[in-house]
Design a protein. Structure first.
Lengths: 438, 276
């Protein structure tokens, strides 16, 4: 019976499982198809979907027999990943019904992501759903659930600032540069020294439109090497002064103990630059750019701590927004739960309507000889009349039943209805037709 | 009696100012769209009001401070609509609409003095003179507002405290460009306005220049703006210094517009424009 259908999510994410374990399951792209094929042939799983990204592996399914379904999904996962159940089980979370719904809404809205608000996850879920739809493992409930999840994600994105400001140092630097220069097209970057974070920032600036990059390094060979990565130009350390006249953004990241760029050095070039703004991003520890540079007009200096401060601020903003998003999710889970409950009433309503229809047809057949004498207009009038009487008689019981959906007494009333109208003989498995509109 | 067209325009400007305030706080596009069209409607009613005034007086309705302020609000709204079409900078409305509404409120609070217009003022030169001067003033007002926005934004970036205005205001480069462009276009209007003014004086009074306080102060504000433009173009001033300077310039300009008229007399003063 429909009332016993369960929605179950079994999975692991960046919090519950170490990367080695996630790799085992997520590594093989063919795994998804295998799982879906298994779900289609499985006796216990009615509908299912399998999601596999670098941060999470998750099976979402609808079943009538929770216990065996859960066990077989877990053993399938351990089999596919080549991991013993003993090692796998502690990393898994198993969520049921509204917890599972709320979970999948959270995942789609990127509230469960490692970086809250990152946009990729929604696309990945849509892909997983498209695969499930293609493999025909999704049905009435999963279709509805996933469409609601996409809707929730959209609402969260448009009604909160969850995807707002940058939460990584290099993106924060790019955002600041945009607030200073508006567009980065045609801007020039000077990279002094090298290092992973500095090169990452340089790369982000380049993908955001920066047109040329100059690399300076104590050892010229190293400068040439780094410049090669970016199609940039290599210069020696002594040329920094003349480069300062042309560039707009300077990223420094050397291991030098003393300042590489001093206030005097920058001040000297300002007039020749015609006061065009100059943005220093100092990623080095100890710092490479003398802090007093920031006091010069139209010159902005952000060191690593400043950028960390910006990121922390943005993070806390996202957290605040996540609370707002949580409320949206809760609201939508409520709506979904309501829909799910009306699902239990549907088979009874369908058989009630079927019964009325069959009575109607039978009575029409009985009176055929008389009815055939009527003109088409009269015939139509009689048919409309009888149909609307039937509709009106059935309307109140149907409204009543829908109103009972989700109440503990529902089953009593369903039973009573079936007995009153003698529906038992007629009732087929109504869940197949259980497509309900909004 | 206050014209219903004027009241409608005032009401719509106030509504637009409120809408733009909602927009800057809530950051919702519909708030901008509503406020924008309310402002357009206000501008149209205001245009009707001024056209009717022109028809009634036989000359531009700018002969008392009340009308002059309302005319200024009208040019400001008009120039804003043009700048908005060019720069598509939504947040600018949040600064312009309150200023236009403010000018209208002051205007509506001024005493109403209906006086027959001296034939001296029924000249096409008056309309050209006042029209160009006020268009220039409105552009320079936009430059002033952009300068204020620049200083707010620059302060956030300099202090490394990126508050709520940081995400709402545009980039420094954009604000500097608006400030610069408004002055580059506003300054010639001011210049033409002063030239047509002296032609008008020659036609009407027989003298190009007679050291009237308004003339002198206009020249002073013109020199201030000329200096600012020179610094920008020749020395390469930009950013903070240019913003501060354009605020100073605008203060001088406003003094010329309001202060001189009220405090210093002369034939430009509104009290002398009534019947005598």
């Amino acid at each position: 019976m429909t009332a016993m259908l369960k929605i179950i999510a079994i999975g692991m994410n960046h919090e519950t499982a170490p990367v080695e374990l996630r790799e085992c399951l997520g590594g093989d792209a063919d795994n998804i198809r295998k799982v879906l094929a298994w779900m289609r042939s499985s006796e216990v799983v009615r509908e299912g979907l399998f999601l596999s990204t670098c941060n999470r592996v998750e099976a979402l399914f609808i079943t009538e027999e929770a216990e065996p379904a859960r066990e077989s999904v877990i053993s399938l996962m351990s089999e596919l990943g080549g991991v013993h159940i003993r090692d796998l089980a502690p990393a898994l979370y198993v969520l049921e019904d509204m917890h599972a719904v709320s979970h999948i809404f959270n995942v789609a809205s990127s509230l469960d992501s490692m970086v809250v608000g990152e946009p990729q996850i929604l696309g990945q879920i849509k892909e997983a759903y498209a695969l499930a739809a293609a493999e025909k493992t999704s049905g009435v409930i999963l279709n509805r659930l996933m469409h609601r999840a996409f809707h929730v994600a959209k609402r969260v994105r448009s009604e909160t600032e969850i995807c707002g400001a940058a939460v990584s140092i290099s993106y924060a630097a790019v955002e600041l540069a945009k607030k200073i220069f508006h567009v980065l097209e045609g801007k020039k970057v000077l990279l002094v020294g090298a290092g992973e974070m500095a090169e990452l920032a340089a790369r982000h600036l380049l993908t955001n439109g920066v047109s040329s990059l100059v690399v300076a390094n104590r050892t010229f060979e190293r400068a040439v090497e780094v410049a090669g990565h970016f199609n940039g130009k290599a210069v020696s350390f002594e040329e920094i002064d003349s480069e300062l006249l042309n560039v707009d953004i300077v990223i420094t990241s050397t291991a030098a103990k003393e300042y590489v760029i001093t206030q005097g050095q920058v001040k000297k070039c300002l007039r020749k630059r015609r006061n065009r703004p100059l943005f220093f991003i100092d990623i080095a520890v100890p710092r490479d750019v003398q802090p007093e540079v920031h006091a010069l007009s139209n010159v902005y200096l952000y060191d690593i701590d400043d950028l960390k401060g910006v990121v922390a601020l943005n993070m806390s903003q996202r957290k605040e927004e996540a609370v707002k998003a949580g409320r949206i999710v809760e609201e939508e889970v409520g709506k979904f739960e309501k829909w799910l409950k009306t699902l239990a009433v549907v088979p009874t309503i369908v058989s009630l309507r079927d019964k009325a229809e069959s009575i109607l047809q039978a009575e029409f057949a009985k009176s055929r000889s008389v009815l055939d004498q009527l003109t088409p207009t009269q015939h139509e009038a009689v048919e409309t009349l009888t149909r609307s009487i039937v509709e009106k008689v059935l309307n109140d019981p149907i409204v009543f039943l829908k109103g009972r959906a989700g109440r503990p007494t529902l089953n009593t009333y369903l039973d009573l209805t079936k007995r009153l109208f003698r529906l038992n003989g007629l009732e087929a498995d109504g869940a197949g037709k259980a497509e309900l509109g909004d | 009696m206050i014209s219903p067209w004027f009241s409608l325009a005032l009401g719509l400007y106030l509504l637009a100012a409120g809408g733009f305030t909602v927009f800057i706080i809530r950051q919702q596009k519909w708030a901008f769209r509503c406020s924008y069209w309310i402002l357009v409607a206000g501008f149209l009613f205001h245009t009707v009001f001024l056209a009717y005034g022109y028809y009634q007086l036989g000359t531009a309705p700018v002969l008392d401070l009340r009308s002059a302020l309302s005319f200024f609000a009208w040019t400001l709204a008009g120039v804003y609509l043009v700048v908005q079409a060019r720069f598509k900078l939504r947040v600018l409305g949040s600064f312009v609409a309150p200023m236009a509404a403010f000018l209208m409120i002051i205007s509506s609070a001024m005493p109403w003095a209906a006086a027959p217009v001296k034939p001296l003022f029924k000249s096409i030169w008056l309309t050209i003179h006042v029209g160009t001067v006020f268009t220039g003033d409105a552009l320079l007002a936009i430059a002033f507002l952009a300068a204020i926005m620049y200083l707010i934004q620059e302060r956030q970036i300099k202090r490394k405290r990126l508050g709520s205005m940081y995400s709402r205001l545009p980039s420094l480069a954009t604000l500097d460009a608006i400030n610069y462009n408004s002055i580059v276009y506003g300054f010639p209007f001011l210049t033409i306005g002063m030239i047509t003014g002296s032609i008008y004086a020659q036609v009407a009074l027989g003298r190009y220049w007679q050291w009237d306080p308004k003339e002198v102060w206009s020249l002073i504000s013109w020199l201030f703006y000329a200096a600012l433009l020179h610094q920008r173009l020749a020395v390469g001033w930009q950013g903070r210094r240019a913003a501060v300077m354009s605020i100073v310039c605008f203060a001088v300009l406003i003094f010329t517009f309001v202060g001189v008229s009220l405090l210093m007399g002369g034939y430009h003063s509104f009290s002398s424009m009534g019947t005598r």
